[in-house]
Every structure is written in C-alpha cells, then in structure tokens.
Design a protein around this ligand. Structure first.
Ligand SMILES: *Cc1c(COP(=O)(O)O)cnc(C)c1O
Length: 236
C-alpha cells in the first residue's frame, strides 16, 4: 500500500464519504465516520481533525490512556472493544462514548464510576446480530430486560445500539443482518423505554460500510479502509 500522507488520508476519507452518501441516499442520512485508530500512532490521528473527522474508535483501555494526553480532547474517543469491569475507572475522563456495553456488571461499574466522578457516561448497548454470545453482545431476547434495568442507573445514558457483524463477504445473509439490526433499532425507538434513547446505530466496518449505510447506520467504524492493514497481533 502507498505510504500514509495527509493527501492519501484525505482521498480515502472522501471516497468513503461518497460511498456512504450514495448507499444511504433517499432512505437515511449518511452515517458519520468513526475512524478506528487502534494500533495507529497519534501522528496519524491528529491530521484527521483538519479532514473533518472528530470521532475516533479505540478498543484497548491502555492505548486510550497512552494516546489521550497528546490528543488533548480534540477528538471524541469511543471505546469500541470489550471492556473489563476493573478498567472502567481509567477511562471516565478520556472516553466520550462506550460503544460496547454488553452486560449488567459492566453497567453497574460504569454507573459507580460516573457517580464518583460526577459525570454521566453515554453508552451504546452492543447487540449480537447473529444470536451467538461468544461473538460479543447481548442476545436480542435479553435486550429489553437489560435496557429496563440499565435505565434505572443515573450515571449512564444509553443512546443507541452497536453491532459487530460476523466476518463474511458482502452477501445477502450479511445484508439481512444489517436490516435486522435496523428494524430492532426502529422498534426500540418506537417503544420509547423511559430513560433510554435510540439515536445512534453503530454498525459497519471497512469491509461492509456500504451495506451498513444502506440499512441506516448512523455511524460506521472504519479502520483499515483509511489507514491500511493493521499489524496482525491486535484488533478483533
Ligand atoms: C477494529 C474494529 C473496527 C474497524 O475494523 P476495520 O475492518 O479495520 O475497519 C470496527 N469495529 C470494531 C469493534 C473493531 O474492533
């Protein structure tokens, strides 16, 4: 791949934006790009600001802590990876959205740390689109009881859903999973559970953001399509 200059990054961002706009056209507003910057240095992140991207995704607490001082609150950092309960306390001031809320003990700990720091932490509930627990995310049948329980916690604010799709080529099965997520999101919005908002639907990555846009994602999490392939030891 060509070396990553600001020009290259600018060109890739425009290309992704154009695809998102044409895929969502007529049905939904185009999703925002969350640049997934895990494993990548701060030097690659800072130029994003001038290119109109202010939200980044990181999946490891340690990496968030290392990068946050140099980023100096110029970006909203989204935590997109599995979050260990004992690490919540380290990210309360650096992260502006936890996208991977997937269990009640994590919700309770976020609530506890939020109250301690006198903040409210925005969260997305991670849903398993395939209905397999090990892929990460809450099963659809457990989602409503979970939302009701979480809605009682004042320190966190659920504002939508997140899904990690199974790694598969773009096909009708994948298309169906995106559509299923959007329907679930719409249904929950109509149900209007008190204390729960349904404004954000985070789905789609470098391989499938076009499908995600077609089915009404409000944000797509794009890494390698912008920065090139990552070293193999990190990531999903
Ligand atoms: C790494 C990661 C992404 C981005 O993956 P790409 O295929 O590089 O775009 C998106 N979402 C999550 C949860 C990730 O861990």
């Amino acid at each position: 791949m060509e070396p990553l200059t600001s020009e290259v990054l600018a060109r890739r961002i425009s290309a992704v934006k154009e695809q998102l706009a044409s895929a969502s056209e007529g049905r939904y507003p185009p999703p925002r790009i969350i640049a997934v910057t895990k494993t990548h240095p701060v030097d690659w992140i800072l130029p994003l600001e001038g290119l109109g991207i202010r939200e980044i995704g990181e999946n490891r607490v340690q990496e968030v802590r290392e990068k946050a001082p140099a980023l100096d609150h110029r970006f909203s950092i989204h935590l997109i990876g599995r979050l260990q309960t004992n690490k919540v306390k380290y990210i309360m001031h650096d992260v502006s959205l936890i996208q991977s809320l997937d269990r009640m003990d994590l919700a309770r700990e976020i609530n506890r740390q939020a109250e301690k720091n006198d903040v409210v932490m925005p969260c997305l509930v991670q849903v398993s689109p395939v209905g397999e627990e090990q892929k990460g995310g809450i099963l659809e049948e457990d989602l409503r009881p979970f939302l009701h329980e979480v809605s009682a916690l004042p320190g966190l604010h659920v504002c939508g859903l997140m899904a990690v799709m199974p790694a598969m080529p773009v096909c009708s099965e994948l298309d169906h999973l995106f559509e299923k997520m959007r329907r679930l999101f719409d249904a929950l919005r109509l149900e209007a559970i008190p204390g729960i908002e349904m404004n954000e639907l985070s789905m789609g990555m470098s391989g499938d953001y076009v499908l995600a846009a077609r089915h009404g994602a409000t944000m797509v999490r794009v890494g390698s399509a912008l920065f090139g392939p990552r070293e193999t030891t990190h990531g999903l």
